[in-house]
Write a protein that binds this ligand. Structure first.
Ligand code: ADP
Ligand code: MG
Length: 238
């Protein structure tokens, strides 16, 4: 379902090549974390996968299908941003229903998916509130709920927890990890936070100036960092 491959993908803005030729394979059901310093191209890479940016060259495959020229709505991916981008005038229920209404999902099916998402995210008691009446963590859960009801082949997260305070962040990390276990859906998660990368990932992709420095499990990167940059970033003793 959620297998994503990038082949010789590049991205330039004007004359500036932000992503040099890059190959990457994301397996179905994998939790992959892109980690690296600010400005290294994490968001750009995620937006290329989502179709929010066009590749300059190369190919993106989703589920064995060439998705390079598909618009975002046709890619069966759901993106969760750090700013929750909820509609302030709509209830939680309507916010979660919104993408399904756009996609023409029948009413009773919408209801079923909203109830399931609310249950999974502990939002059942908050469905009739508006975003302004929720905490930051609850708002982020609504944003995740809105992604879940689309039943995507993969979730794309761009620093979803960076607006939350430290205590909330730890709890949400666990919630997202548990959600991944339960749904078994591919998740691609961008962060500049090493701890998030080390605790959440099946596979970490370490980026530096658009280049992949190393790909591996948290343990592999910790035990055998390929160079000082990876070692420094992962915080291992080499
Ligand atoms: P990260 O998410 O890792 O912080 P980004 O992917 O946002 O990094 O940015 C990578 C580089 O691409 C940065 O140098 C940034 O300034 C540049 N960049 C991103 N988006 C644009 C854009 N729309 N136009 C021009 N340059 C951009
Ligand atoms: Mg970014």
């Amino acid at each position: 379902m959620g297998r994503i491959t990038l082949e010789k993908v590049t991205k330039s803005f004007g004359d500036v090549e932000v992503i040099p030729p890059l190959d990457l394979e994301i397996e179905d059901g994998e939790f992959v974390v892109f980690v690296g310093p600010s400005g290294c191209g994490k968001s750009t890479l995620l937006r290329l996968i989502a179709g929010l940016e066009d590749v300059t060259s190369g190919q993106i495959n989703i589920d064995g299908q060439d998705a390079t020229d598909l618009p975002p709505a046709k890619r069966s991916l759901a993106m969760v941003f750090q700013s929750y981008a909820l509609y302030p005038h709509m209830s939680v229920r309507k916010n979660i229903a919104f993408p399904m209404r756009m996609a023409g999902v029948p009413d009773d099916e919408q209801k079923r998916r909203i109830e399931a998402a609310a249950k999974a995210l502990n939002l059942t008691d908050y469905l009739d509130r508006r975003p302004g009446q929720l905490s930051g963590g609850q708002r982020q859960r609504v944003a995740i709920g809105r992604a879940i009801v689309r039943e995507p082949a993969a979730f794309l997260f761009d620093e979803p927890l960076s607006n939350l305070d430290a205590a909330l962040r730890v709890g949400m990390r666990l919630e997202i990890s548990e959600l991944h276990k339960r749904l078994e859906t591919t998740m691609v998660y961008v962060t500049h936070d090493q701890v998030e990368a080390m605790t959440m990932a099946d596979k970490i992709v370490v980026l530096r100036a658009g280049n992949i420095e190393q790909v591996g499990s948290p343990l592999e990167l910790y035990k055998a960092p390929r160079n000082l940059f990876v070692a420094g970033f992962i915080g291992s003793p080499t």
